[in-house]
Structure formats: structure tokens, C-alpha cells
Design a protein. Structure first.
Length: 725
């Protein structure tokens, strides 16, 4: 009833605005008589997801909020196919990928920017503005002069609106592979303004009629998703008490908290011996409406520190029977702020149960409803709720106010399982061929790609073979990073037959989160800690972090895998840990290409890597154990021991297998590039008779004799045998 009456009175005095606030005041009076409705105003909801509903209101956001958008435009799914394989009689494989372009309405008022974006609960866009999947994003902030989005304009033509005053985002060619080839459920961190929410900004549509000086301290965000403005004010009033003043030209909303010098003390109560029940004979009477249901037990809110998920903070005080009302406040707060506000709301509700009937004899213009006063002999502050002028005096109904709020202890927001926000970084790529490991076909090249990045947020990259006609797709790296880096200082050459305890390799890894592990000598003998440094494969026993991404590697085994001819490397040479993370490439797709390319999410240009150690898979190993014996007849017998590709263990008493099609050797005299004489042998030895040796001594004194094995596809590196002297 009071709602109807005061709504009519407010309408008569202030027009429609007065009707709104008259209705609000009247509803409070009704609440005192008929009880309160704990669900008044907009309710807190769990996080919504992006929808596309015709006629649905687009909210106004204030401060910073996480909100779902409304899809207002979209293309059909765009399908792309890629055919790989099919060479050398192998079946081909066709893979399909899907993308889509669409626009999402975010707010019906201008915003400052968009922060993070979540897709199916995972980050699609990080705090740094980086998209985690391929695609582009454009944000239109709703400015009054914002242009038409170029994609929408190209699709819709001249009839396409610019949506001025309307904030929206446009995704272009967003790849959907990570979302099951569908548009994911999106939520956006919308930053309308930096700092706390301003009530004056919320009331801006009523400018000229309503003003506000009420600060909403610590309120980080609020969303107006439609409905009467009075309902939002009622929701805010539960947490931030509002006071209205219609004495001026318009309606002013404040917090109603007077300055200490504005609080005056009422005169003494008037004694009435007539027996009137109001105030009893003493002129005053206190009462208490003990109702635990009126005191909120806690408050639900959007927790800023939990990615704006719903949080709950319990108010301090006893858990009385019936005290189960929880304030549903659809605002964004920190846990400490929510705890403080919940305690304050509970304190106000508890003290509001104390009422005082008070009679005075003086008429004072300051004595009016809403005025905060003090009493001559009672502590605290009181607010005049109602007054009535009667023949026995002016009868006042007073409500106790909290004098001050105690200190609220810090609270915890609870466990936060936020998705990691890892920024992607450019791709680092190395390509190399390794000696045959003894598995599979002996004629197949074993070419690897080691792709990595400085950030753990790197999502991998697509791989291509570089050909004369351009780039040909050969696969993808996946998101697992190889441990790579560069030599920080020169690494000197060293023999491959003994443990190198003198050299140290100082390595600068590509990322500070890469770790190198030490191992025992037994583990070293079993093949642990293999690394490619330049074109040398080595093993390290001890790894020591020097700071950040720099490591010292010591106790080395050099020239592993038949790379004894390539020991040593200058500073800046690539370092790749051969721990199983490098990706073996399909040579059928690679063809004759000697370089590959990688294109990752943030790579503006292809990253090119030339294949190092080219031919190492099919090149015979250098022979070992050189021998040169002068025979009794003056001749020279040369000998050596054959090694075999893939036969890395050398058991006693057993000859290594012959991997090549035939056993053949080339013995040369002089330089490797331009030998003066050449001999061929089908066994690991060669005899030079005395006459020939005499002639060699006369014509080629001091020249080097060497041998190398002739393989099916290549010749080995040479082994020095002896010098002619």
C-alpha cells in the first residue's frame, strides 16, 4: 500500500523520476510491515556464455566485468583441406580444418578495451592481447565516430551499420580445431572504465534529473543487463546504503552519512502523564525486533581474483537459527572487499532492530525524516524514520545506526584454478640429419626438426619443405618444445677416444625454464645426455646452471655417432638436446629439399633452417685403427678396421655387419680434394710393393696416405694412414 501511495505522491511532485523513487521508498515501508524479499533486484548468476537471441538486451557494463556477448553476425564454416603423403606407393592423407568469422556484441555503451577472453573455460586471448589460436580479432569500442568493420562491410555492403555507441568484437578466420570445429562458449573481460564503478556514471541516462555523489568504493565492476533502474539501485542499496534528497531542483542520491558537525542533539524527552502509549510517561521507549532472518548471513558476488566466478563471503557474527539470508550482489569485488561489505550489511541489519519512540516539545526545521541525530543520554547515532506532530508534542521514531565498523580480518578467495596465460613467442628452428640408428631401412635418410620457443605458451608451428616453387607442407611440430640454444663461447676440438675432462661447453638455452640434467658415467655409457653442437654429437655428464638460461656442460664424450671429424664449434653454433623431442621428418614429403621452414602463431615470416649434417644417415663411418707395416721385401702394407652404420656396439670377436651393398675402399695420396694417386681395394688392407714405394718416396715425399670407405650412397670421411718418407 505504501508503495502505491508514495509512488503517486512522487509522481505528482517530481514527475516520472519521482514516481520511481517514491515507489522505492514505499517498498521499504511495505517491507517493514510485510517482511522483506531477499531476492529484490538483479540476481547473481553463474557465468553465462555467448548466445545469439533475437531481441535480447545487450548489457551496459561499468568498471570491469566478465560477460558473455551476443553473436550479431557470422559466416558459414570455412573448410580447408591439405593432402599429404602419397609418394613411393604410399597412401595419401587429406586433413580438413575449419574456421569462421563472426561478430559479438559486448556492451550497449562505449568501453575502454577488452582484456582476456575465455573459450570453453580456457584462455582464447591473454592479458597481453595475444590470441592463443590462429585468427585475428578487432575490437570496436563503441565510440560515436567508429567506422564500419571492413569484414562486415565487404560481406553486407553499403547497408552495414557501424554500430556507433555499441561495443563489439569481430573475429576473422578463427581456427576451430581446438573447439571441436564449432564456435566455442565465449566470455569477455570487458573494461568499461578503469578504477571503481561510479554511481554517477550509472545514472548518466537521467542526467539533469538525478545527481549522485555516492562513492562505490572497491566496487570493481557492475553490469546492467536490463530492467528498471530502480531495481539496480535497490541491489546496490543492500551493500552501499543510498539516501535520496528531493529538496532541490532534482533528485540527489548520496550515502546519507552526515559530517560530525552536522549531527545535532535532540532536546530532552517530554514527560507525558496522560498515559499515552507513545514513548510511555517518560517520553521515550526502546524496543527491539529480534528477527535473525533480517540479518544477512553472507553475500554472493563476482570474485575478481577468481576470474569473476561467483564467490561467497560469510558475515561475522553468530549463526543464529533462521539466519540464512544471503545477499545476491551482482557486482565484481575482491574477497577482502566482499567480506568487509558483508560485515557492514550484517551490522546495519542487526542494529536496525533497535527502535526508539521519542517525544519532544520543540519544533525544529532540522527535525525531519532522514536526519541523523544524537540523544542527550544515549550513546550512538540515530536516524529519524518518521515524525508526527500531536498535541502532546512531536513524536519521533528513531532507528539506531552503526557508529563505526570494526576492522575486518583479511580473508581468502579460495583455490583458483585459472587457465595459464602463457604468451606465445616466435619459433626457433633447427634441422639436421643424424647417422642411421640401426632401425628401419638402411637407405632412408633420418632427418629431424627441433622446433622450440622462448615461451611455454608456444603452440607449435606448421612445417614446410623449401622447394624451388615455394613452400610445401610436410606436417606440424606439435606444442612440445625441443631444448635448444646456442654456444655462448667457443668449444675447442678434442679426441673422441677418451673422456674429455678439460673442455667445457657454455650453452645459452632458448628459454629460462629449460633444464639440463647431470648423469652418471654408467648412464653416459648407455647413451644419456646426447646433444648436437654445431655438427658434432657429444654427451655431457655434468650440467651446472650459471644463471638464467646459461649452463656449463663438462665431462664430455666427443664426436659421438661418427662425428669425430666435426669436433669443436664457434660461439653461436646451435645446441640441440637429442632427448626424443626433435621430430623425425617424412623424407617422402621432404623430397630433395635441403631446407625446411616453420610458421607459428606469431611468426610474421617463415623461419628457415638448412639441414645440417646432410647425408649423415647414409654416409659410411670413417674406418679406424690405421696400420702401416714395412715388409721384409721393402713393400708397405696398409691396414684399417671397418665400421658399419647403425652398429654402435662393438662386441669382441664378432665382425660388424656389412651395411653397404659391397665392401669397397678408396686409398688416396695427397689432399682429399685433389689426390695425386688413388687405389681401390675390396678388403680392409692394401699392399704397395717395394718398387712403387721407392717411386712414391722420390716423387711424393711427405705426402699423406689416407683411406675412406665407398658406400652405397656416399663415401666416408677419410682416415689418415701414414706419410711417405
Amino acid at each position: 500500500m505504501a508503495t502505491l501511495v508514495l509512488s503517486s505522491v512522487g509522481s505528482a511532485i517530481l514527475g516520472p523520476i519521482g514516481a520511481v523513487f517514491g515507489s522505492s521508498i514505499g517498498s521499504k515501508i511495505d517491507a517493514e510491515i510485510f517482511g522483506t524479499d531477499s531476492n529484490e533486484g538483479p540476481r547473481l548468476t553463474e557465468l553465462k556464455v555467448t548466445t545469439s537471441s533475437y531481441g535480447a538486451p545487450v548489457p551496459r557494463h561499468f568498471g570491469t566485468m566478465r560477460a558473455a556477448g551476443t553473436i550479431i553476425w557470422a559466416t558459414d564454416l570455412q573448410e580447408t583441406s591439405e593432402k599429404t603423403g602419397g609418394g613411393k606407393g604410399q597412401p595419401s592423407t587429406t586433413t580438413f580444418a575449419y574456421s569462421i568469422s563472426f561478430a559479438v556484441a559486448l556492451a550497449s555503451r562505449p568501453i575502454a578495451r577488452v582484456g582476456r577472453i575465455w573459450a570453453d573455460g580456457n584462455l582464447l586471448r591473454g592479458a597481453a592481447g595475444d590470441l592463443k589460436v590462429p585468427g585475428t580479432l578487432r575490437i570496436h569500442d563503441g565510440a560515436g565516430d567508429q567506422p564500419v568493420d571492413p569484414l562486415l562491410a565487404s560481406a553486407e555492403g553499403s547497408e552495414c551499420p557501424a554500430y556507433r555507441g555499441f561495443a563489439y568484437g569481430v573475429f576473422e578466420d578463427l581456427q576451430l580445431a581446438e573447439f571441436g570445429n564449432r564456435i566455442p562458449a565465449l566470455t569477455f573481460e570487458v573494461v568499461a572504465e578503469d578504477g571503481d564503478v561510479s554511481l554517477a556514471t550509472m545514472l548518466a541516462p537521467l542526467a539533469g534529473h538525478v545527481t549522485s555523489s555516492r562513492p562505490l568504493g572497491k566496487l570493481r565492476g557492475y553490469s546492467d543487463e536490463g530492467g528498471p533502474l530502480a531495481s539496480h539501485l535497490a541491489a546496490i542499496d543492500q551493500v552501499y546504503p543510498l539516501a535520496s534528497d528531493a529538496s532541490g531542483e532534482g533528485l540527489a542520491i548520496g550515502d546519507g552519512a552526515p559530517q560530525d558537525d552536522a549531527i545535532f542533539t535532540l532536546p530532552e524527552a517530554v514527560v507525558d502523564a496522560s498515559g499515552d502509549s507513545f514513548g510511555d510517561e517518560s517520553g521515550r521507549s526502546e524496543s527491539r525486533r529480534a528477527d535473525a532472518a533480517r540479518v544477512p548471513a553472507g553475500m554472493r558476488y563476482y570474485d575478481v581474483d577468481r576470474d569473476y566466478q561467483a564467490g561467497l563471503q560469510r558475515a561475522s557474527g553468530r549463526a543464529d537459527p533462521g539466519r540464512n539470508r544471503v545477499i545476491e550482489f551482482p557486482g565484481a569485488l575482491t574477497a577482502d572487499s566482499a567480506k568487509s561489505l558483508a560485515d557492514a550489511a550484517a551490522s546495519r541489519a542487526f542494529l536496525a532492530q533497535d527502535r526508539l519512540a521519542y517525544r519532544i516539545a520543540e519544533i525544529d526545521p532540522r527535525v525531519k525524516p532522514g536526519q541523523v541525530v544524537a540523544l542527550p543520554d544515549l550513546p550512538g547515532r540515530w536516524r529519524i524514520e518518521a515524525w508526527e506532530w500531536r498535541d502532546t508534542g512531536v513524536e519521533l521514531e528513531l532507528l539506531r545506526l552503526p557508529s563505526h565498523q570494526g576492522v575486518t580480518t583479511a580473508t581468502q578467495t579460495g583455490r583458483v584454478l585459472s587457465p595459464p596465460d602463457l604468451v606465445s613467442s616466435p619459433t626457433t628452428l633447427y634441422a639436421f640429419e643424424l647417422p642411421w640408428d640401426g632401425a628401419g631401412e638402411t637407405d632412408t635418410r633420418q632427418i629431424y626438426a627441433a622446433a622450440s620457443s622462448s615461451s611455454a605458451g608456444w603452440k607449435g608451428s606448421a612445417l614446410y619443405a623449401q622447394t624451388a616453387s615455394g613452400l610445401s607442407p610436410i606436417g606440424a611440430t606439435g606444442s612440445r618444445r625441443s631444448v635448444v640454444g646456442t654456444l655462448a663461447t667457443d668449444l675447442s676440438p678434442a679426441p673422441a677416444m677418451i673422456i674429455d675432462r678439460h673442455s667445457e661447453a657454455i650453452v645459452s638455452l632458448a628459454s629460462t625454464d629449460f633444464v639440463l640434467e647431470s648423469c652418471t658415467l654408467a648412464e653416459l655409457a648407455s647413451g644419456a645426455n646426447r646433444a648436437l653442437v654445431g655438427e658434432e654429437i657429444l654427451q655431457f655428464c655434468h650440467a651446472e646452471r650459471l644463471g638464467d638460461a646459461r649452463w656449463r656442460l663438462s665431462t664430455l664424450l666427443r664426436g659421438r655417432g661418427g662425428t669425430e671429424d666435426a669436433t669443436g664449434a664457434p660461439a653461436g653454433a646451435p645446441f640441440v638436446l637429442l632427448d626424443g623431442k626433435p621430430i623425425q621428418l617424412d623424407t617422402a614429403k621432404l623430397g630433395d629439399s635441403e631446407a625446411i621452414a616453420a610458421i607459428g602463431l606469431v611468426d610474421t615470416d617463415p623461419v628457415i633452417a638448412t639441414i645440417a649434417l646432410s647425408g649423415a644417415s647414409r654416409r659410411p663411418l670413417t674406418p679406424v685403427h690405421p696400420r702401416a707395416d714395412i715388409e721384409s721385401d721393402g713393400g708397405l702394407t696398409l691396414g684399417w678396421t671397418r665400421r658399419a652404420r647403425g652398429a654402435w656396439r662393438w662386441p669382441d670377436g664378432v665382425e660388424v655387419p656389412l651395411v653397404e651393398q659391397t665392401e669397397s675402399y678408396e686409398v688416396g695420396l695427397g689432399s682429399i680434394e685433389a689426390p695425386r694417386l688413388l687405389w681401390q681395394s675390396d678388403r680392409p688392407s692394401l699392399r704397395i710393393d717395394a718398387a712403387t714405394l721407392t717411386q712414391l718416396r722420390a716423387d711424393h715425399s711427405g705426402q699423406q696416405l689416407w683411406v675412406r670407405q665407398i658406400g652405397t650412397h656416399a663415401r666416408s670421411h677419410p682416415l689418415a694412414l701414414t706419410r711417405i718418407d
